[in-house]
Design a protein around this ligand. Sequence first.
Ligand code: GTQ
Ligand code: FE2
Length: 358
Amino acid sequence: MTRPAATAAETDFHERMHAAHMYGLWELASQMTRHPEPKAIPYMWKASVLDAMVLEAGEAVPVGEERRALQLFNPGLDGRWATTNTMIAAVQLLLPGEVARAHRHTPTAIRFIMEGKGAYTAVDGERVYMAPGDLILTPSWAWHDHGNETEKPVVWMDGLDVPLVQALNAMFFQFYTEPQVPLSKPNNASVRLHGHVSLTPTWVKERPLSSPLLLYSWEKTWQSLGELRDVAGDDYDGVALEYTHPQTGRALLPTMGCWVQMLRPGARLKAHRHTGSAVYYVVQGTGETIIDGARFAWERGDIITLPSWALHEHTNLSTQDAAILFSIQDRPVLEALGLYREEELTENGGHQAVTSTF
Ligand code: GTQ
Ligand code: FE2
């Protein structure tokens, strides 16, 4: 239905209404979309590019006031500091002998260790030591600094809810007065206290929103995945495990969930879509993910961003080895607000037609 051409009186009315900072709902109807239409696009940062840039950053940029972290900007988001609409992922390098200055901020952070063993993040006076595949948490407003006293570089992926915190106008940041926060707890203390499967210390009365366990070691993750080697898991996500808050069993952070998922050799999973965005890091293996008809062929070290409501399906291209994906997701936010929805692709046996290759 086309509207009749606006009369001079109508045009005049609209101009005066806009000048008074008002718009008619009839002018905005196209924004009530039938389903989410994210500006963020599916995109992949190849390990080869990441590795080269990180290496160069180590030569070109010192660790000064700020961390040496390459922030992955989603090409659809107009130069905003965002990998998805709610989260930023980054790759950070800390060279032997370096310390990244202590600070805190309201955005919550996770680190997934890509390379190097024996460096640490100190969180509120406790050093949490890193090994490849470990997941380390920095809850909102916790003081943190990073140190590398080893002989080798350490590289990790950061995940933070920066765009979400910005959208909520809740950003606070402070540097600590000294380069590092004095140690007040034993190294890896949170693991000794909270790192027991299904056993929670009863004398700890505090139930923080963020998991009090700061380190989820690859050793334990790997063991769990190994024990599930022969399980099919979910049609869409395979053997997907969510890292949980040890006291509540729920998502480990209020604004971000972390998953590790194993695609068994030869697994071809089905397509679905859901509200909420994700960033995947390929821990091991080779495979492909088809996102809204585009094929993303991935290998170890690649990072892929998935916007809300994009159809996606994962395939492990190896018939010999498992593939493992780590991801950060904003699902806890959508669930808390009653906005989480998911939908399977029913046509074509649950598989998308591939229309392009990334
Ligand atoms: O290492 O504390 O990628 O504060 C972005 C902000 C890393 C960090 C980032 C940060 C950090
Ligand atoms: Fe930080």
